[in-house]
Design a protein around this ligand. Structure first.
Ligand code: CP3
Length: 356
């Protein structure tokens, strides 16, 4: 056990909302809040490369704290990336300015055997160290999120060699090499479980699984290649945490664009489901009625470009439509680099002005 006398938590709104308890105010955090829309991050990036920040706990901690210093957010998220897992498995990952992530030697049926699963999570120890440091530096102000990519989303980047408009190379595996696809998804599942348990052991107080590429699949493929692994992840984390005799933490699943199986998502063992910006709050609540899960989302990231009064109205309408029960406010995908910093302030202030 690594823990470690962390400071007492002063704001547990998110943890309460995740567990179905009533917080004093609606909690809000923003996906990709520690990133490029912040001028202080852009300044910082002039001095350090992306992966240097990820791999140096002192630097990752500093960036994780940036949005917390600027705004009255209800959670911090550790600065890292979902692609540190492919990196730990031995793949080269470069972060190219203006392009995004590039994996110059993508995964193929022939080089699959070169993936180095053994010791992968120990090669990610820097994330654990960054989490522990950030927990201390947060001084209990807000809870700290850990996170991972989901198996399918990671598989997509590994096979495509970066972002893709169709994910057709990765989907080709699902159709032409279903057995090998299952092997890869199982391998990733095992690494993700060990990785998230390690993050919790090092101080993550809530963890989110990002299945950002869910939208490229249909119900048939998602049911066959994703849902079973997402369920194993939730169960595996709970067992791992139990084995360490530490407290369980809420689990959040954000399966972007997986409208076709929202009801099934509610049966996987997650406490919170992330809702993307295309979904109608009322329909989400109807589908999830009596399912014992909280919801998170789902303001269109582009709503932050709207004039202040219009933005306030959109935010209030969203809350009316979701209702305030078991609700964590967020965007319906990550914030864009050109989002105005004042709009983020308006978004947060509007949420915190609502009396529960
Ligand atoms: O603030 C936070 O949320 C913490 C850090 C975080 C990053 N990436 C930092 C980052 C998190 C949670 C992620 C998750 C992530 N990374 C996802 C899932 C969420 C989503 O938006 O769907 C995905 C698909 C990735 C992969 C990735 N990393 C892409 C596609 C890109 C390029 C485009 C983009 O959105 O920035 C990255 C780069 C990246 N990850 C940056 C940051 C701050 C910008 C890179 C830079 O500084 O040059």
């Amino acid at each position: 056990m690594v823990s470690q006398n962390f400071p007492v938590l002063k704001n547990d709104r998110i943890l309460k909302a995740a567990k179905g308890e009533k917080p004093d105010k609606l909690p809000i955090w923003i996906m990709r809040q520690a990133g490029r829309y912040l001028p202080e991050f852009m300044e910082f990036r002039k001095k350090h490369s992306f992966f240097e920040i990820c791999q140096t706990p002192e630097l990752a901690c500093e960036v994780s704290l940036m949005p917390i210093k600027r705004y009255d957010l209800d959670a911090a998220i550790i600065f890292s990336d979902i692609l540190v897992i492919p990196q730990a498995l031995g793949m080269t990952v470069e972060m190219k300015t203006g392009v995004g992530p590039v994996l110059p030697e993508p995964l193929t049926v022939d080089n699959y055997k070169n993936l180095k699963k053994e010791g992968a999570v120990s090669r990610l120890k820097y994330v654990g160290e960054a989490i522990t440091l950030t927990r201390h530096r947060l001084e209990g102000k807000v809870p700290l999120f850990g996170f991972s990519g989901a198996p399918w989303t990671l598989m997509g980047y590994m096979i495509e060699g970066g972002g893709s408009k169709t994910l057709s190379k990765a989907k080709k595996w699902l159709y032409q090499h279903p057995e090998l696809s299952h092997q890869l998804l199982q391998l990733l599942t095992e690494v993700i479980i060990e990785y998230l348990v390690m993050q919790i052991e090092h101080g993550a107080q809530i963890v989110q699984v990002f299945d950002s590429s869910a939208e490229y699949l249909n119900k048939h493929l998602y049911t066959k290649f994703c849902l079973p692994y997402l369920k194993k992840i939730a169960t595996g984390i709970r067992e791992g945490v139990k084995g360490l005799k530490i407290e369980q933490v809420p689990l959040v699943l954000f399966a972007k664009g997986a409208h076709f199986c929202l009801d099934e998502q509610a049966t996987l063992g997650y406490d919170v489901l992330g809702i993307d910006w295309t979904m109608k709050p009322e329909s989400v609540r109807t589908t999830l009625k009596d399912k014992n899960v909280s919801v998170q989302g789902n303001l269109d990231p582009c709503a932050l470009y709207a004039p202040k009064e219009e933005l306030k109205k959109l935010v209030i309408d969203m809350v009316k439509n979701f209702g305030t029960d078991r609700y964590i406010v967020n965007l319906g995908h990550g914030i864009y680099p050109d989002a105005p910093v004042e709009s983020v302030q308006t978004f947060i202030d509007t949420i915190h002005s609502i009396d529960l």
